[in-house]
Design a protein around this ligand. Structure first.
Ligand SMILES: Cc1cc2nc3c(=O)[nH]c(=O)nc-3n(C[C@H](O)[C@H](O)[C@H](O)COP(=O)(O)OP(=O)(O)OC[C@H]3O[C@@H](n4cnc5c(N)ncnc54)[C@H](O)[C@@H]3O)c2cc1C
Length: 408
C-alpha cells in the first residue's frame, strides 16, 4: 500500500510537553504544523505531573491560565524533605516573581489534552495519534521530513523543518546522527500509587533514610510514590519476596501501612530508568531536537517538563516567522540551541551534583543520616529557600512568548 503523503512547514515527532507546546504555538501563529505521537492517547502513567510557575506564566501569556486552573490539580507552595530525623523545607515558591507562587500538580494527560484541544481550534495545526516516526527522509545531506507507522497505514511527511521532541530514546536524534554526551545516574526509580486517606499527612515530601529514598506526591485521593534504588538493582529486588519491599516502604511512610497491602506484587510497580545526557549539536540542516530528545533530564528537582516547555517557547519565538515564510536556515536552529544550552547545562550540572553528593551517598549509607551542609543552611535561614524555588519553579532562563506571536 502507498503511504499517505503530507506536506507541512513543520513536522514534530513526539506529543509530550515539548512537542505539544511547540505544536500549539506554531499552529496558533499560522504555521502549518503536524505533530506525530506514537501512543493512542496521553493517558500514560509515570510521567512527571508538575506544572511549574514558569509554565503557568506561559499559560497566562496565552490567555489560557484561568481556564487551565479549572482542571483538577493540587497547589504545592513548598517542597519538603525529611533527612534522617530532620525535617527541611527545600523550596518556598510563594515569593517568586510570578503570577502563580506554586507548582500545580496535575496528571500530565490533562495538561496535554488541554493543549491538544486548544490547538485543534487552529486549522494550521494537525495531530496524529498512533503515528510512530521510524526514520528521517534525507536528501542531499538535508532532512526533508519523516516516515511514520500508523494504525491505518504508513505516512510520509515532507517538511521544511523536522523537530525531534520524541523524548529520551529519540528516534530523530539517532537517525540524524547527533552525538550524545552521557553524564550517568547512580539510581533508578520504582514508581507506584498508594491510596491516600483523610488521616494521611498532606505534604508532598521526600524522605531520605540510610540506604533509602522515598518520594510521596500528594495527588488528592492517592499518593504518587517514587522509591529510589541503586541503578541496576531492580532484578535483584524482584527475586526477593514482595513483602520485603512493602516493609521498606512502610518504614519510610508509616501512614501507608494499610494501603501498601493493596499493592498486589511487582506488576503494580514500574521501573523508570534514570538517564542524564545532552546532544553536542541539537540541530542539522532541516532538523532540530528539543526537550528530553536534546537533553534527557534526571528526576532530581522535577524540572524536566519546565525545560521542555521553555525549549518549545524559545523555538516558537525564533521559528514562527521564518517557517511561515519558508526560509528556515541552520542559523535559526543554532540560535535556539545557543539560547537554551546554557540553562540546560547549569540545570543538569546541579542535578548531577545532587545525584553524586546526596543520592549516591544516601543509597550506600548504613549509619545514621546527617543532612548535607546545603540542607542545614536551608533549615536555618528560610530566606535561602527562595534560591531552589527559583531554580525549580522558574528555571535558569525563563522564556516568554513574543507579543507578535501571541497577536498573530
Ligand atoms: C522517574 C522520572 C520522574 C520524573 N519526574 C519529573 C517531574 O516530576 N517533573 C518534571 O518536570 N520532570 C520529571 N521528569 C523528567 C521529565 O519526564 C522529562 O524531562 C519531560 O517529560 C521531557 O518532556 P519531552 O516532551 O521532551 O519528552 P517526553 O515527555 O518523553 O515526550 C516524548 C513523547 O514522544 C513520544 N514518542 C517517542 N518516540 C516517538 C516516535 N518515534 N514517534 C512519535 N512519538 C514518539 C512519546 O510517546 C512521548 O509522548 C522525570 C523523569 C524521570 C525519569
Amino acid at each position: 500500500m502507498q503511504p499517505e503523503k503530507f506536506s507541512v512547514h513543520c513536522c514534530i515527532a513526539g506529543g509530550g510537553p515539548a512537542g505539544m507546546m511547540l505544536g500549539y504555538l506554531l499552529g496558533r501563529a499560522g504555521v502549518k504544523v503536524l505533530v506525530l505521537e506514537k501512543h493512542g492517547d496521553f493517558l500514560r502513567d509515570f510521567r512527571g505531573d508538575t506544572i511549574h510557575p514558569s509554565t503557568l506564566e506561559v499559560m497566562h501569556e496565552l490567555g489560557l491560565l484561568e481556564e487551565f486552573l479549572k482542571l483538577p490539580h493540587q497547589k504545592v507552595y513548598e517542597l519538603n524533605a525529611q533527612f534522617g530525623e530532620v525535617p527541611v523545607t527545600i523550596a518556598d515558591f510563594r515569593h517568586l516573581p510570578a503570577r502563580c507562587g506554586f507548582i500545580a500538580f496535575m496528571p500530565q494527560w490533562d495538561f496535554l489534552n488541554f493543549l491538544a484541544e486548544k490547538a485543534a481550534r487552529y486549522s494550521s495545526f494537525d495531530l496524529r495519534m498512533e503515528a510512530e516516526v521510524t526514520e528521517l527522509i534525507k536528501e542531499s545531506g538535508r532532512v526533508v521530513g519523516v516516515r511514520a507507522n500508523c494504525a491505518n497505514g504508513d505516512l510520509e511527511v515532507r517538511a521544511d523543518l523536522t523537530i525531534g521532541a520524541d523524548g529520551r530514546s529519540s528516534t530523530v536524534r539517532d537517525d540524524a546522527g547527533l552525538a550524545v554526551k552521557e553524564f550517568g545516574a547512580p539510581m533508578d526509580v520504582l514508581w507506584f500509587r498508594l491510596n491516600r486517606t483523610a488521616e494521611d499527612p498532606v505534604m508532598t515530601m521526600g524522605r531520605f533514610d540510610s540506604g533509602r529514598i522515598f518520594i510521596a506526591l500528594n495527588r488528592g485521593d492517592y499518593w504518587q510514590c517514587g522509591y529510589v534504588i541503586p541503578k541496576g538493582h531492580f532484578e535483584d529486588m524482584r527475586r526477593r519476596p514482595f513483602e520485603t519491599f512493602r516493609a521498606a516502604v512502610v518504614k519510610l511512610a508509616p501512614y501507608a501501612t494499610a494501603s501498601v497491602q493493596e499493592l498486589r506484587g511487582w506488576d503494580d510497580v514500574r521501573l523508570l530508568t534514570v538517564r542524564v545526557d545532552r546532544l553536542l549539536d541539537w540541530c542539522r540542516a532541516g532538523v532540530l531536537c528539543i526537550g528530553d530528545a536534546a537533553h534527557a533530564m534526571s528526576p532530581v528537582g522535577g524540572v524536566g517538563i519546565n525545560l521542555a516547555i521553555q525549549d518549545a517557547v524559545a523555538a516558537a519565538n525564533v521559528l514562527f516567522r521564518p517557517l511561515r515564510q519558508g526560509r528556515v536556515t541552520l542559523e535559526h536552529l543554532r540560535r535556539i540551541q545557543k539560547r537554551r544550552e546554557l540553562p540546560t547545562r547549569i540545570t543538569q550540572a546541579l542535578q548531577v551534583a545532587v545525584q553524586r553528593r546526596v543520592i549516591a551517598r544516601v543509597l550506600v549509607e548504613t549509619g545514621p543520616l546527617k543532612p548535607p551542609l546545603a540542607l542545614r543552611l536551608l533549615a536555618r535561614f528560610p530566606l535561602l529557600r527562595r534560591i531552589p524555588a527559583r531554580i525549580i519553579g522558574l528555571g535558569i532562563r525563563p522564556e516568554h512568548i513574543m507579543r507578535e506571536l501571541i497577536d498573530s
